[in-house]
Design a protein around this ligand. Sequence first.
Ligand code: HEM
Length: 406
Amino acid sequence: MAFGIPAAQRPEHVPVERVIDFDIYAVQVDDGEYQAQISRQLHAPGAPDIFWTPQNGGHWVTARADLIDEVLADPQRFSSRRISVIEAMNPTPPFAPLQIDPPDHAQYRKLLGLAMSPLAVKALGDQARALAIELIEGFKAKGECEFIGDFAAHLPIAIFMSMVDLPAEDRPQLLDIAESLVRSDSLMDVMQGNQRLAAYTLQKISERRSKPGNDLISQLLAAEVGGKPMDDMTLLGMVDLFLLAGLDTVASMMGFFARYLALNAGFRQRLAAEPESIARAVEELLRRFPIANLARQVIDDCTLGGVSLRGGDLVLLPTAAFGLDERRFERPEAVELERKSKINATFGGGAHRCLGSMLARVELRIFLEEWLARIPDFQLRPGAELSVHSGAVAAIRQLPLVWDVD
Ligand code: HEM
């Protein structure tokens, strides 16, 4: 981070001592330690709790848990109509319910919530377990895999395909679209990926309109908001949110979990020996490895952390700055199963708190249970470089793992 940006690069209401050159899209790591890297920059001695960066069009960054809590809890001051600080990255049509502020937000959230009932999550978990076992058994004898492509990316896409009842032959196409949206650094790739996804989803909406089934799209088509059915553009935003929200996040989180386990034999052996600790481990690993970088837009002039913000300003909320805030968590970089308070912002907070958090936890727990039961000892491939794509969601690009084969 560089201090002392020329005055021309900051708006008038931004004090010069609050300007730091920080680019969330260019966080450089080659060992996968993304969250610690963010924390070491944002929590460095003397760094302000909230600052302005001229990068990506210019926006505020909140560096502390208290401020992230405050922003997420107050949709009347901070709107989620912009979920990216880069204007071109904001989806059109907007993602409902994520980009709709309360009170209207609740009507859309309720509809997607139907797909996340405890019964539905249980059924999806059973499918995820069967697939996890099949995938692991498929490569176990080889003694190696590229964890993200061979394992992590498959589970969430299979779950989405089951919720929307998509044919198995569409899987490579969806995986390919997801890849360009999630792990590419090129804005062009992302925009093309969005267009391909929109075309795909609109086709499915049209198919379900003429031949309804029991899937999520058919349920949304039959639902009403404000006494009226939703138009195709609203449906498109909802379905694509559901796909993207559950896809890159779960796969990416698994990547950070797997990297940590590969590097920490003691922790890994403990979980393998005590599978009953796995649910607790998931909570602590979620606190330690947040991946989402959220954004909000200031509605009217207001103050935050003693700084004056203008209506229209954008605020970036890196959730890693919450989970690794030493004012909230002692020894924040340590993974401690016995840690008492693990409350964090990894799944966001307030009205938009992640709707899929229960499903995500189930997928993460199943991964650890089934993997450690079959491959209790594994390492990173020696010399592997672990670069991280840093955007709205951070993800390790490739994670080569190796283990001994009997
Ligand atoms: C480890 C995995 C996951 C992480 C870290 C995660 C993180 C988040 C975060 C931080 C938010 C809040 C966004 C904001 O306020 O701007 C969010 C919202 C959301 N997530 Fe997740 N998510 C995960 C998995 C899932 C899954 C599996 C699904 C569904 C299949 C899902 C569906 C959603 C939806 C629909 C919202 C919007 C809720 C609303 O606006 O009311 N997420 N997620």
